[in-house]
Design a protein around this ligand. Structure first.
Ligand SMILES: NC(=O)c1ccc[n+]([C@@H]2O[C@H](COP(=O)([O-])OP(=O)(O)OC[C@H]3O[C@@H](n4cnc5c(N)ncnc54)[C@H](O)[C@@H]3O)[C@@H](O)[C@H]2O)c1
Length: 350
C-alpha cells in the first residue's frame, strides 16, 4: 500500500511511519519541520518532502504524483496556548491545511485518517468519560480549528462519497515526545526526573487528563486504515488521571522523588478530561492496552538511553518491538529538490 503521512516527522507521525514501513508499505512524509525532526525518520526507507500543508499547490502536486491509497493527516499547529495567542495562524494550518489535504485527496481518490483532538473537544461541562455524540464545548481556538476540520471531512464524505475518518486523540505520550514542548506533560516530568529538576504544576494539580500511549494510538490509526467506513472515534483509555497522580506515577516508575512547585493555571485549558473509547472498540476493534505505569517506564527508558540511540529504529520499545523497520523497504529517500538541501543541512547539523 502507498501511504502519505503529513506531520510524519513529528512525535506521533514518526511512530506511525515506522508502523507502515514494518507492514511493507511505501511511505511519503509531508512535513514542514516546524516542530518535526528529521532524525525521527530513516531516510533510506521513507521519502520526506519539506512542504507546508498550507501550500495547496505543493500538496496537490505531491498527492497526485504519489497517488497514495491513504493519507494520515497529522500535520498541525498543536499548541493550545499558541492558538489562544494567534488564532489566525492556528486556523491557517489546522483548517486550511486540512482543506488543502482533502481537496488534493479528492483528486487522487484516497482516504484520509485525521488526527483530531478529544482532550480539547468536549470542554468542562460534560459527563465523563465523554462520548463522540456530545456537542463540542471547546475552550480554545485549537479545539475549534480541529472541530472545523472534522466538519470538512464529513462534508467531503457527503460530497464525494469518501470514507474519511477522524480520530479524537486524548493526551498522547511516549518516546520521542519533545520534553521541552507544551503538550507532553509525561515527557516533561520524565525529563525533570532524569535531570533532578523541580516540576511546575499549573493550578492545584487536581485537573485530570486521559493519558494514552503512543503505541496504542498507532494501533488505532492502523485499525482506522483497515476499517472500510467513515466516522469519528475517540482514542483514549476512559481513565482520568490527575496531574498530582501522574507525578506520583512518574516518581514510582523512575525511582526519583519529584516535589512540585505550583503556578497559576493557564488560559484555554479544560479542568477535567477523559474519552469514552467504546465506539472505537465496537467498530474498529481497537482498545488501549498499555498501562500508564508501563508506558511511563518505556518513555523514561527511551529518554535516558545514551545519545545515538534515539533514532527511528530505537526510539521506542513499542515502536521497535511492534514495528521492526525492514532494512530495505524499497522506497526512495529524499527527493532531489530545494527541500532536500534544507533537510540535508538540518541533518548534518544534529
Ligand atoms: N500529542 C497529543 O497529545 C495529541 C493529542 C490530540 C491530538 N493530537 C494531534 O496529533 C497530531 C500529531 O501531534 P504530535 O503530538 O505528534 O505533534 P508534533 O508537533 O510532534 O507533530 C506535528 C508535525 O506536524 C508538522 N507540521 C506542523 N505544521 C505543519 C505544516 N503547516 N505543514 C506541514 N507539517 C506541519 C510538524 O513539523 C510536526 O512534525 C496533531 O495533529 C495533533 O493536533 C496530538
Amino acid at each position: 500500500m502507498r501511504v502519505a503521512v503529513t506531520g510524519g516527522a513529528g512525535f506521533i507521525g514518526s511512530h506511525l511511519v515506522d508502523a507502515f514501513l514494518a507492514c511493507g508499505d511505501e511511505v511519503m512524509v509531508i512535513d514542514d519541520l516546524s516542530s518535526g525532526r528529521v532524525d525521527r525518520l530513516n531516510l533510506d526507507t521513507v521519502t520526506l518532502h519539506q512542504v507546508s500543508v498550507t501550500d495547496a499547490q505543493a500538496v496537490t502536486d505531491l498527492v497526485t504524483t504519489f497517488t497514495p491509497e491513504v493519507i494520515c493527516h497529522l500535520a498541525a499547529q498543536i499548541s493550545v496556548r499558541h492558538s489562544v495567542a494567534d488564532p489566525a495562524a492556528d486556523a491557517a494550518t489546522n483548517v486550511m491545511g486540512t482543506v488543502n489535504v482533502l481537496a488534493a485527496t479528492a483528486k487522487a481518490n484516497a482516504r484520509v485518517v485525521f488526527a483530531s483532538t478529544g482532550g480539547a473537544m468536549y470542554g468542562d461541562s460534560v459527563m465523563l468519560p465523554a462520548t463522540e455524540d456530545l456537542p463540542p464545548g471547546t475552550e480554545a481556538p485549537y479545539g475549534v480549528s480541529k472541530y472545523c476540520a472534522e466538519q470538512y471531512l464529513a462534508l467531503f464524505n457527503r460530497l464525494h462519497g469518501s470514507t474519511h475518518v477522524a480520530l479524537r486523540l486524548s493526551n498522547v505520550y511516549g518516546p520521542r515526545q519533545d520534553p521541552h514542548g507544551e503538550a507532553g506533560v509525561v515527557a516533561v516530568f520524565c525529563d525533570q526526573a532524569a535531570h533532578d529538576d523541580q516540576p511546575t504544576i499549573y493550578g492545584d494539580g487536581e485537573q485530570t487528563r486521559d493519558y494514552v500511549f503512543v503505541g496504542d494510538v498507532v494501533e488505532a490509526f492502523l485499525a482506522a486504515v483497515r476499517y472500510p467506513g467513515d466516522g469519528v472515534f475517540n482514542v483514549g483509555t476512559g481513565i482520568e488521571t490527575s496531574v498530582l497522580d501522574l507525578l506520583d506515577a512518574v516518581s514510582a516508575a523512575t525511582g526519583r522523588h519529584l516535589e512540585p512547585r505550583f503556578a497559576p493555571l493557564r488560559t484555554g485549558e479544560v479542568h477535567r478530561s477523559a474519552l469514552d473509547p467504546t465506539r472505537a472498540a465496537a467498530t474498529l476493534g481497537w482498545k488501549a492496552t498499555t498501562t500508564l505505569r508501563d508506558g511511563i517506564r518505556t518513555t523514561y527508558e527511551a529518554l535516558t538511553r545514551p545519545a545515538g540511540h534515539s533514532g527511528p529504529n530505537s526510539g521506542s520499545r513499542h515502536s521497535t518491538e511492534r514495528y521492526p523497520v525492514p532494512n530495505s523497504a524499497g522506497a526512495s529517500g529524499v527527493q532531489p529538490s530545494t527541500e532536500s538541501t534544507a533537510i540535508a543541512t538540518k541533518t548534518s547539523a544534529r
